[in-house]
Design a protein around this ligand. Structure first.
Ligand SMILES: *[C@@H]1O[C@H](CO)[C@@H](O)[C@H](O)[C@H]1NC(C)=O
Ligand SMILES: *[C@@H]1O[C@H](CO)[C@@H](O)[C@H](O)[C@H]1NC(C)=O
Ligand SMILES: *[C@@H]1O[C@H](CO)[C@@H](O)[C@H](O)[C@H]1NC(C)=O
Length: 480
């Protein structure tokens, strides 16, 4: 009896005094707090400092993913690494971001539903003019490119859900919103030319009219933002060593909406007007990006080759749908939470398909899939106090303000071709306020709407679009 007391005393002594020197003090605290030291399987659990989930206002310049000269720096346009004047942007709060995200998703769903004949859940967004083109809403990551000769640097939102690239252009015949850089002036560039109304490039997708035989394009996005102007060609400089001549873009004369202080948009969809299709000869329909977290770092966008460590890439199938040629279709098979597969019926994802999108923030799952995910997550988070959710989107929130570290069950997406992708901890919970940490996924309103794999869940991964090869790659830890 005395012996066993002495043993347990020395064991406790060991835990309290020795572990703090072996583990970081936060980690030791987490183990001690849960009273299950040694029983946490780190294959299925993220142990994270709660402070690491909070947005930062200090930019840490990443040195990762800079292995070749062909990548552009990617930053969150509202984050600390953005050079856009945050005072003048009127940075949207989370509620506004989630409302915009919902508009984008509604638009994607209504677009896809019309062709599928599901008239019953059309939203007001379907009343957009037919000539609005396919694009939808705007993303929240930006890159800087050079346009014209000599080149002018312009900050563009990049978006895999839309195709035509455009920038605001002088003389702004209609309206230009405030942007960070000077507005592009075609008359100061020696490489600018208008596209004729009779050219094949003045395609029915984007043409809304003609003015003195110049093609006039128009695009209206899901959040009611829009741009109209002259269809034109220019020299586009991506990096110091790389430029595309005769790049087709929109020289926007009437522009309005939620583009912040960016100069326009870089369209990375798969339709003919996108940079991916236009640069097919040069880059072989291959690009990749890494989206940084809210903790204030930078990522990259790279054309023609992987921008990260290509040895760690795992490839699943990348598909297309002829009725919706802009979108990148993926094959979600199942989801696991804390190492346990939800065993979702295959038809849940396969009937409508799933797409990956850089511009949708929060991943949308079929209603049934989200319900299963939420219930498994709630079960495994039952040690933590729940709290009421905010009005928009999220429905499962925890008050983690009393914890310096937390253990969160890993959420793993299982894609076709046996590719498992562990969502990073920053992509599982979204801090809404100091006391609200919410499960950062959402359900569609039914099982017939397409699933969308959003950018919040893609953070820190290199995502490789090998469009020509029909495959999508994921490489962990490519940026911070
Ligand atoms: C964790 O994963 C590794 C690699 O798959 C495996 O070798 C190891 O046994 C796993 N550990 C536990 C505790 O499951
Ligand atoms: C976000 O902004 C909207 C519109 O300006 C405002 O009504 C709302 O109260 C804000 N929400 C939060 C949580 O600050
Ligand atoms: C492009 O077309 C517009 C509209 O016709 C015209 O005002 C402008 O001068 C043209 N620019 C060039 C460089 O031809």
């Amino acid at each position: 009896m005395g012996g066993s007391m002495a043993t347990s005393f020395s064991f406790i002594f060991f835990c309290y005094l020795v572990f703090p020197f072996l583990l970081s003090s936060d980690l030791a605290y987490a183990y001690e707090e849960r009273g299950i030291a040694g029983s946490i399987n780190l294959n299925y659990t993220h142990i994270v400092r709660t402070s690491s989930l909070l947005p930062s206002n200090v930019c840490r310049h990443s040195t990762r993913g800079h292995t070749n000269g062909r990548h552009l720096k990617v930053v969150n346009r509202h984050g600390p690494c953005s050079h856009l004047d945050q005072q003048k942007i009127q940075v949207p709060n989370l509620t506004q971001i989630l409302i915009q995200d919902r508009l984008r998703v509604n638009w994607i769903h209504s677009r896809l539903a019309v062709n599928l004949g599901h008239e019953s859940f059309q939203t007001s967004a379907t009343t957009l003019p037919a000539k609005s083109g396919r694009p939808i809403g705007t993303g929240n990551y930006v890159v800087i490119v050079g346009l014209g000769t000599p080149k002018e640097d312009l900050t563009l939102v990049f978006d895999t859900g839309s195709d035509l690239s455009w920038t605001q252009c002088k003389p702004c015949v209609g309206h230009c919103y405030d942007q960070q850089e000077p507005i592009f002036d075609p008359s100061s560039s020696s490489s600018y030319s208008n596209v004729s109304c009779f050219s094949a490039q003045c395609s029915q997708n984007i043409k809304i009219g003609c003015t003195s035989s110049t093609c006039v394009y128009g695009v209206r996005y899901g959040d009611q933002s829009e741009t109209q102007g002259f269809l034109a060609k220019e020299r586009l400089t991506l990096t110091s060593s790389d430029a595309l001549d005769g790049f087709l873009f929109g020289c926007g004369q009437y522009n309005d909406g939620l583009f912040g202080r960016t100069a326009g948009l870089l369209g990375l969809g798969r339709a003919p007007e996108s940079i991916v299709s236009q640069a097919a000869q040069k880059y072989g329909r291959f690009f990749s990006y890494c989206l940084p977290t809210l903790s204030g770092s930078t990522g990259f966008l790279s054309f023609g080759s992987s921008g990260g460590n290509s040895n760690s890439l795992k490839f699943t199938n990348l598909g297309q749908n002829a009725d919706h040629p802009s979108f990148y279709y993926i094959d979600i098979v199942d989801i696991s939470v804390g190492g346990q597969n939800l065993n979702l019926p295959p038809s849940l994802f396969s009937s409508q398909g799933s797409i990956i999108d850089s511009g949708t923030v929060i991943t949308r799952l079929p209603k049934t899939a989200y319900a299963a995910l939420r219930s498994a997550f709630q079960q495994q988070m039952s040690n933590y106090p729940t709290t009421s959710p905010p009005p928009q989107l999220f429905d499962t929130c925890y008050d983690l303000s009393g914890y310096s570290t937390v253990s969160i069950p890993k959420i793993t997406f299982l894609f076709g071709n046996n590719v498992n992708m562990d969502i990073v901890a920053e992509g599982i919970l979204r801090v809404v306020s100091a006391t609200q940490f919410c499960l950062a996924f959402a359900g569609n309103s039914d099982d017939n709407q397409i699933a969308i794999f959003g950018n919040y869940q893609q953070q820190k991964y290199e995502v490789v679009y090998d469009v020509a090869g029909g495959r999508l790659g994921f490489g962990a830890g490519a940026c911070d």
